[in-house]
Design a protein around this ligand. Structure first.
Ligand SMILES: Cc1cc2nc3c(=O)[nH]c(=O)nc-3n(C[C@H](O)[C@H](O)[C@H](O)COP(=O)(O)O)c2cc1C
Ligand code: SF4
Ligand code: FES
Length: 555
């Protein structure tokens, strides 16, 4: 009797697999090995091919990887560049335009650009969505039509791109391998491989040069290599190419100009910590650079410039700022949601796949070959007022000549403005600046003589971070600026901790009121900075406290 009931009520447990979607998925991902950590790469292949990801494909991936559907779904829905749809939902438009609405683009008209594009383009063909900074702040406002970047964008320019139907990224033409080699490139790496340079010598050179982590935290690089070497092997290396801090575009420039100097620095670091596998995490917003990376890596392999034991893996981000935080980046490389980990343990002890990991920003390793070639003093002497080394500032906003400025560490904002940026735009009076992107707080023009370097702004509640300097004028409303920054944090919060997830939302509501409730705001900021797991939530209140402290007359 029981048997009979069971038979009549039989249905397969779990989700039914769509056989057609399964076969198609197998074909799409066939060039890659079948591994759990490649989930995000597979999702990209489906998104690229279909311009959306229907749930049946998530089902196919969960079947192939033998993981729960919910696990695939939570990953796919975490990242902004994946459009997850029901199987029977209408298809999305063929063309997606992502318009940057981060701070510099907002100052240069992104809000009216969004309106113009939505009103002026055929909405059955084109989808216009908001996106955070895409590293084109010096040519604001910017947008991406498919994978094609459009700078100084307006309706007419975008219309032309849509008509031409060329949505591919523009090719990057930087220094070639031949040019790099004829300038003496890869010689330091060969000396390392041949045992002609000792690890102790290299670490000592880095320590004396004063090279610090250019990803924002400014941790001394030589020390970091030493700490990672103290951990048991096998060790791994990761490169953080996420460059998501609004206003930052220096890594992009260095990769465009001289990708081989970056590769050589990365390989020297990997050799020093004996990392046989190196993972480069590249943000999805720089497709042209990622494609060039594949080409140029093939060349260095074919020219036997890299030892046989080292494997380089390139991983593609998917539109999540939080994946720049190193432990979130590691989770993302492992094919998961980018949720920052609790620390300790630090990634140097327990990093990628649980192994000790040396993680560096692109610019940090970029300087390594040059320091070793020219000597530590060449680097350290480039500072000013006893600060060591040069510093890359990505400058945007109301200046005559925006762009990446390689200036002495310790330079002041006033000097940077006058000596490197050609002063303010005509008709604009300097009123304030972001010294370190969205996270680093806001300073007024009467505090523009402070030396800019790691640690110099802490006492003012600010920091230099990745050196993203955005300059404001009397034409900018500082309250609006702060709201834009908070909206960015609210959009990009991974949602893991309540003070950050709810606090950023609450902060925006308080800031949108005509009168700011100073007491309540300070209480909220304190809770967010004390009780958030990572730097995003801890620093999200900085723009508010800066406005409360330094821009009282604007409130
Ligand atoms: C919210 C957040 C975002 C970050 N984004 C980046 C980033 O885009 N690129 C980067 O190199 N470091 C970023 N960092 C810093 C990294 O966590 C880490 O300190 C850095 O990659 C270490 O490399 P370095 O020592 O060479 O600077 C971020 C940190 C936080 C808290
Ligand atoms: S502070 Fe924000 S971004 Fe960081 S872990 Fe918490 S919720 Fe996520
Ligand atoms: S590209 Fe828009 S703010 Fe950076």
């Amino acid at each position: 009797m029981l048997d009979k009931i069971k038979k009549n009520n039989f249905y397969p447990k779990g989700r039914n697999i769509d056989e057609k979607a399964l076969e198609e998925t197998k074909k799409l991902i066939s060039k890659l090995p079948l591994k759990r950590d490649l989930l995000i790469e597979y999702l990209h292949l489906i998104q690229d091919s279909h311009k959306q990801i229907r749930k049946k494909y998530l089902g196919a991936l969960s079947h192939l990887l033998k993981i729960p559907f919910a696990e695939v779904y939570e990953v796919a829905s975490f990242y902004a560049h994946f459009d997850v749809l029901e199987d029977d939902a209408p298809s999305l438009q063929d063309i997606t335009i992502r318009v940057c609405d981060s701070i510099t683009c907002e100052m240069f008209g992104s809000e009216s650009l969004i309106k113009d594009l939505r009103n002026g383009l055929d909405s059955s063909e084109v989808r216009v969505v908001r996106a955070p900074c895409m590293g084109l702040c010096d040519k604001a406002p910017a947008c991406e039509v498919g994978h094609r970047h459009v700078t100084h964008a307006n309706l007419q320019v975008v219309e032309k791109v849509v008509k031409e139907r060329n949505f591919h990224p523009e090719k990057v033409i930087g220094k070639s391998l031949e040019e790099y080699i004829s300038d003496g490139g890869y010689q330091i790496l060969q000396k390392c491989y041949e045992g002609k340079l000792s690890i102790d010598f290299i670490i000592n050179e880095l320590n004396q040069s004063g090279l610090k982590g250019m990803g924002g935290a400014g941790f001394p690089s030589g020390q970091k290599w030493k700490f990672v070497r103290l951990e048991k092997s096998p060790r791994l290396m990761t490169i953080n190419g996420d460059e998501g801090e609004p206003g930052t575009f220096k890594d992009k420039l260095y990769l465009e100009q001289n990708i081989h100097q970056f590769f050589e620095g990365m390989l020297i670091a990997a050799w020093a910590v004996e990392a046989k596998d190196v993972y480069i995490y590249m943000r999805d917003e720089y497709p042209e650079i990622r494609l060039r990376m594949f080409e140029e890596l093939d060349k260095i392999k074919n020219n036997n410039l890299i030892d046989n034991e080292t494997t380089i893996h390139i991983r593609r981000g998917a539109g999540a700022y939080i994946c720049g935080e190193e432990s979130a980046m590691i989770e993302s490389i492992e094919g998961k949601r980018g949720l920052p980990r609790h620390k300790p343990p630090f990634v140097s002890k327990v990093g990628l796949f649980g192994k000790p990991t040396l993680n560096h920003n692109i610019e940090t390793v970029f300087w390594v070959p040059e320091i070793l070639k020219k000597g530590h003093a060449w680097f350290s002497k480039q500072g000013k007022r006893d600060f060591k080394g040069p510093h890359s500032f990505s400058v945007s906003g109301r200046v005559k000549k925006p762009g990446v400025k390689l200036a002495p560490a310790g330079i002041s904002m006033n000097e940077l403005l006058e000596e490197y940026c050609g002063g303010m735009l005509d008709g604009h009076k300097f009123t304030g600046y972001l010294p370190g992107g969205a996270s680093g707080g806001i300073l007024p023009a009467n505090m523009a003589d402070i030396p800019l370097d790691f640690g110099t702004l802490d006492k003012y509640g600010c920091f230099i971070g990745s050196g993203a300097v955005v300059v404001f004028s009397d034409k900018d409303d500082i309250k609006k600026v702060a709201i834009n920054l908070l909206k960015f944090f609210n959009d990009e919060s991974c949602g893991q901790c309540t003070p950050c997830r709810v606090g950023t939302e609450k902060a925006i509501k308080l800031m949108e009121k005509n009168i700011w409730n100073k007491e309540l705001m300070n209480e909220l900021i304190k809770t967010m900075s004390d009780a958030s797991i990572c730097g995003l939530g801890q620093a999200a209140g900085n723009p508010i406290s800066s406005v409360l402290k330094y821009f009282k007359k604007d409130l």
